[in-house]
Design a protein around this ligand. Structure first.
Ligand code: AVJ
Length: 331
C-alpha cells in the first residue's frame, strides 16, 4: 500500500449529499430525502416556519408540554412500577430546544440536577443546544451525542436508581413511512432497559384545509424551505437548478394520511450536477418528492408504541385535538 493511495480512495467516496442526489434523481419517480432540507439556510427557514400563523404544530405541542410537563416528568420517573428514579433525558434531534426546555425545567424542579443528552448528526446543532440550554437552565448538564439514531440508539445503560427518558417530539417521526417508523422505534427500544420511557409527539389528522394551510403558508416560507433543497445542491454539488423553473407543491394524500411535499418542474428542462458528472432531465410537470409528513388518527400512536416494545401509559393532547404527545415505557 503506498502512501499516496489513501487520498485518492477518499476522493472517490461520495458525500451523503452527493449520493442522496445521485440516487434520488436517477430513479423514477424522482425523490430527495427530507434531511437534505437542513443546511444552515434550511434550518433558519424551518425556524421561521415554526413561527408562522398557519403552522400550528410547534405552538400546539408547546402548549401541551407547558400544561403537562410536571405530570409527564413524574410519570416517567415512576414508570413501570414502584420507586422513584432520577431521570436522564435523551433527545433524538437537537432542534426542538425551545419545547425541551419546558421538560428540563420540570425535571430540575423534581430532582435538582439533570443530565440532558441531545443526539444529532449535526455537530453545530449540538453545540448550539449545549450553550443555550446550559446558560438558560441551571441544574442541567448537557452531554451531546454525535450520532445517527435512525439505525439504533447506542447509549450507556442508565445507572442504579436512574431511568432514561427519550424525547422524540416535534412530529419528527412523521417523516417516516409506517414500516421505517416502526423500525426506528424498535431501534430506540433496543438501546433501553425496562422502565425507561419514550415520549413521542405526533401530529393528528384534522380538517384538510388546516393541514393544507400549514404547508402552503401565505408568506411563502414553506415554498422557500422546499426550494432550498435545490439551492443546496447548487451550492454543494455545483448543480445549475433554476429555482424559478420549479414550484413548491404540498398536497394531502388522504389514502396514506400524509402531507406530501414536491418540487414541480414548470418546463421540460435539463439540469447539470457538475460534481456528480450527471445530467438530469425533467418533463414539464414532473415532480421531485421531497417529504412526507404523516398525520396520526386517535389511537395510532399508542398502537405504534405497543408494536415496537413500549407500553403506552398516557396521551396528552390540546383542546382541539390537533397534536398528541404520548408516553410509553419499555417493556
Ligand atoms: C420537522 C418534520 C415535523 O413535517 O411539519 C415543516 C417539517 N415541512 N414544513 C413537518 C416541515 C414543511 C416538519 N417536521
Amino acid at each position: 500500500m503506498n502512501a499516496f493511495a489513501l487520498p485518492q480512495i477518499k476522493a472517490r467516496v461520495e458525500s451523503p449529499v452527493a449520493s442522496a442526489a445521485r440516487k434520488g434523481l436517477s430513479t423514477q419517480p424522482k425523490r430527495l430525502p427530507p434531511w437534505l432540507f437542513y443546511d444552515a439556510d434550511g434550518s433558519r427557514l424551518f425556524d421561521q416556519i415554526t413561527h408562522l400563523p398557519e403552522y400550528y404544530l410547534t405552538r400546539t405541542e408547546r402548549e401541551i408540554l407547558a400544561a403537562n410537563s410536571t405530570e409527564i416528568i413524574a410519570q416517567a420517573a415512576q414508570s413501570g412500577g414502584t420507586g422513584q428514579a432520577k431521570l436522564l433525558i435523551t433527545e433524538l434531534g437537537a432542534g426542538s430546544a425551545d419545547k425541551t426546555r419546558l421538560l428540563l425545567k420540570a425535571a430540575v424542579e423534581r430532582q435538582g440536577q439533570v443530565i440532558y443528552e441531545p443526539v444529532d448528526v449535526s455537530a453545530s446543532a449540538l453545540e448550539t443546544a449545549r450553550t443555550r440550554i446550559e446558560e438558560e437552565i441551571p441544574g442541567v448538564h448537557v452531554a451531546p451525542r454525535l450520532m445517527d439514531y435512525t439505525h439504533g440508539l447506542k447509549v450507556e445503560q442508565a445507572g442504579a436508581g436512574e431511568r432514561r427518558l427519550v424525547l422524540y417530539i416535534g412530529s419528527s417521526i412523521g417523516n417516516f413511512e409506517p414500516r421505517p417508523a416502526a423500525q426506528l422505534l424498535r431501534g430506540v427500544r433496543g438501546g433501553l432497559q425496562p422502565g425507561d420511557t419514550l415520549l413521542l409527539g405526533v401530529d393528528l389528522v384534522k380538517d384538510e384545509s388546516t393541514l393544507m394551510a400549514a404547508y402552503n403558508d401565505a408568506a411563502g416560507i414553506t415554498a422557500r424551505f422546499n426550494l432550498n433543497m435545490l439551492a443546496r445542491l447548487n451550492r454543494e454539488l455545483g448543480a445549475d437548478f433554476d429555482l424559478r423553473a420549479f414550484a413548491h407543491r404540498a398536497v394531502w394524500n388522504q389514502d396514506k394520511s400524509r402531507i406530501e411535499m414536491h418540487l414541480e418542474s414548470l418546463a421540460a428542462q435539463r439540469v447539470r450536477l457538475a460534481s456528480l458528472g450527471l445530467e438530469v432531465r425533467f418533463r414539464a410537470g414532473e415532480r421531485i418528492h421531497t417529504e412526507n409528513s404523516y398525520k396520526y388518527a386517535p389511537g395510532q400512536v399508542e398502537a405504534l408504541l405497543s408494536a415496537t416494545g413500549f407500553a403506552p401509559e398516557s396521551t396528552w393532547t390540546d383542546a382541539r385535538g390537533w397534536f398528541a404527545v404520548c408516553l410509553g415505557h419499555a417493556e
